[in-house]
Design a protein. Sequence first.
Length: 340
Amino acid sequence: MKLLVLGGSDFVGRSAVEHALELQWDVTVLNRGTTASDPRVTQLRGDRRASGGLDSIREGNWDMVFDTWSWEPGVVAQSAAMLAGRAGSYIYVSSRSVYDEPEAGANETWPTVQGPGEDYARCKLGGEQAAAAAFGARALLVRAGLILGPYENISRLPWWLNRIGQERSLRSDQNERAGDVLAPGPADLALQYIDARDLVGWSLGAAARGLGGAYDVVSRPGHATMREVLQACVAATRSDARLRWVEPDILSAAGVQPWTELPIWIPPGADHDSLHASDVSKAFAEGLRARPIQETVADTWTWLQSVNGEASTRRDRPPVGLSADREAAILADVERAEGR
Ligand SMILES: NC(=O)c1ccc[n+]([C@@H]2O[C@H](COP(=O)([O-])OP(=O)(O)OC[C@H]3O[C@@H](n4cnc5c(N)ncnc54)[C@H](OP(=O)(O)O)[C@@H]3O)[C@@H](O)[C@H]2O)c1
């Protein structure tokens, strides 16, 4: 199989490249060369926003294209139109953000956002429409939810791993107190996410079988809990950290921002349901599988150590994570309230 990855040097695109190489596919990537691509691929250079940026793919045939573009839909329209006669399928990595305030149980039939705008949801929806306009039923629209795994470039799981991993050298036999880590409750909060490797494995396989149309590609709701994620972080980092569970009302009163200050975590309620409670039976019926959280966390830690704990983060996203001072202040308040 011949695969063209538009991007391919970052998180999801890079996972697609590695998966295809494992399958012995012939892989070409097109990007600006800001970060090194896998040396085993054919590297093409081009800036998709610049005039002539696609010159290097004006010729050539591919079985499928894998595109992660998240910004102007016109960029997807250009590459899809150019490749429609020379590529079998167009996989567009989209997002469940295209849905208009989805509720628990929402699936691919839920209404999408309406009206004009240049926000992320409308850009992703526009990207889908551009891919479908050029490739029709040969466009596979992969609506991901939260994506975790090695190479993650938002620093959600890396933030937790680094935070919990910080505590691993503070051993009690050195008379030092291993740190308490603020763990946002409830501990059994159900999470729904996808390991990037499961996302790309399913997407490439589905496109190879000729599948097209929109699919929500995330684990089943409750595939892991907040407790399982953080305990997996403790295990992977061999940390001495003690998880101090703090209930959502206390975090809310302290002004803690879910999702950004405490990544991954969204307290129970409508926002949680919209992200962590979707119906993914369509993709599971087509063979989607989700590996255990322990594997995702351990492999992400292995990768994170290989880059000295410094995952590159996308500059178009706000930084994540709670400051050490705020965490300590909240935990001190909790201890005082508990009379400890
Ligand atoms: N993270 C999540 O939880 C989440 C959830 C739902 C959906 N998603 C979707 O998942 C995907 C993540 O994609 P990703 O991590 O592979 O990376 P990405 O940020 O979409 O793309 C980065 C890649 O594109 C290349 N690139 C950037 N600007 C370019 C330009 N002007 N011209 C040519 N190439 C350019 C980069 O290389 P150069 O810089 O070298 O050009 C890099 O290879 C996105 O589609 C996102 O919307 C993410």
